[in-house]
Ligand binder design. Structure first.
Ligand SMILES: Cc1cc2nc3c(=O)[nH]c(=O)nc-3n(C[C@H](O)[C@H](O)[C@H](O)COP(=O)(O)OP(=O)(O)OC[C@H]3O[C@@H](n4cnc5c(N)ncnc54)[C@H](O)[C@@H]3O)c2cc1C
Length: 312
């Protein structure tokens, strides 16, 4: 259902400013593809986030929570409904904890990269391998982003959530499960803030680790073209999706402006004004070939967002 002018007025009064209307999603995603979203709202605090969610529930408005857009693919037709982006909620604090630990609290819009660099500069260890993962804290929690054997879920001590009905709750470590690129958030809940516990360590050791992870990332991932990181999950730790796609012969395969990276075959890059459909076509071709030729059902790591509920 189209969002009416009256509903846009209500969103305006919740935000205290105009939401964006008909805004191209390619401007909000790292793939730089995606058509217009009906309405995009950037709540600045917990109260307006909560009121927006309540509004969407009461008015039966379809919505999607978008962080930095580095793990999503929107269609060329865009999104019918309301995009809620917590990117303006980015308070970050570090508190000394028991013995040699500290607690980092970051609101959902805080860039993960900022949290990693603040932790390292404060002599706190544990996050070095997450250096270079783009995206917001909210997105990194929802996707359980990780690298180098550490995932965000390993480090969380507490999550503050807002439920679809506007209630806030907190979840302590142990009351949510997580695994390879998933974290079991209660249905339709939104991450408002995450707390991470890290230990103090020798700053020189932290710097050394950080440099190693920086080198590794720069030498193994494509640079210079828009992308959304790994497209598929690894079928298993010893069967990497990138190696499999390379073995199937898809490195450097093109469709329109999209190309399977010649550096890392699990990346599809937007080489030259790609359409979302070009990327979707490559995904389909690879998925079918993996199934048919080696009997492996590749699972997506990126999230493909349909333009509307009844889109097939
Ligand atoms: C160059 C590149 C390298 C990458 N390398 C890695 C890597 O090494 N490891 C890795 O794990 N990922 C990697 N990624 C993928 C991506 O950066 C991470 O998954 C990131 O954590 C996604 O965060 P985001 O804010 O961009 O989320 P988005 O893409 O905006 O959203 C992703 C999902 O999270 C949900 N979401 C977003 N915010 C919230 C919230 N506040 N509450 C609830 N749900 C929310 C969205 O609804 C969506 O379903 C890479 C991506 C790129 C472009």
């Amino acid at each position: 259902m189209k969002i009416s002018e009256t509903q846009i007025q209500r969103i305006r009064s919740i935000l205290g400013e105009d939401p964006l209307t008909g805004f191209p999603l390619k401007n909000l995603t790292s793939y730089r593809v995606g058509g217009p979203a009906d309405v995009v709202a950037f709540p600045r605090n917990l109260e307006s986030l909560t009121r927006l969610l309540l509004f969407a529930m009461q008015e039966d408005v379809r919505y999607f929570i978008l962080g930095s857009g580095t793990n999503v693919l929107f269609h060329d037709d865009g999104f019918r409904g309301l995009i809620i982006s917590p990117l303006r909620m980015k308070a970050l604090s570090i508190e000394k904890g028991a013995s040699s630990t500290s607690l980092i609290k970051a609101q959902s819009g805080t860039p993960l990269s900022l949290v990693v660099s603040r932790a390292c500069r404060s002599g706190l260890t544990g996050m070095e391998s997450l250096w270079g993962i783009p995206g917001s804290i909210g997105g990194s929690v929802a996707c359980n982003a990780g690298a180098g054997g550490v995932s965000v879920g390993d480090l969380i001590t507490e999550l503050e959530l807002v439920n679809a009905d506007g209630r806030t709750t907190s979840l302590a470590k142990g009351s949510f499960s997580y695994g390879y690129r998933f974290l079991n958030l209660p249905l339709e809940s939104i991450v408002f803030q995450a707390s991470f516990e890290l230990s103090s360590a020798d700053p020189n050791e932290i710097q050394k680790k950080l440099e190693n992870f920086k080198c590794l990332r720069r030498s193994t991932q494509p640079q210079g073209f828009p992308n959304a990181g790994c497209v598929f999950k690894n079928p298993s730790p010893d069967n990497q999706a990138g190696a499999l796609i390379e073995k199937l012969g898809f490195k450097a395969t093109k469709c329109g402006g999209a190309e399977v990276s010649s550096v890392h075959a699990n990346f599809i890059v937007n080489k030259n004004k790609a359409k979302a459909q070009d990327i979707l076509n490559l995904i389909e071709t690879i998925t079918k070939a993996a199934e048919k030729r080696v009997g492996i059902s590749l699972e997506l790591e990126i999230r493909i967002i349909k333009p509307s509920e009844n889109y097939v």
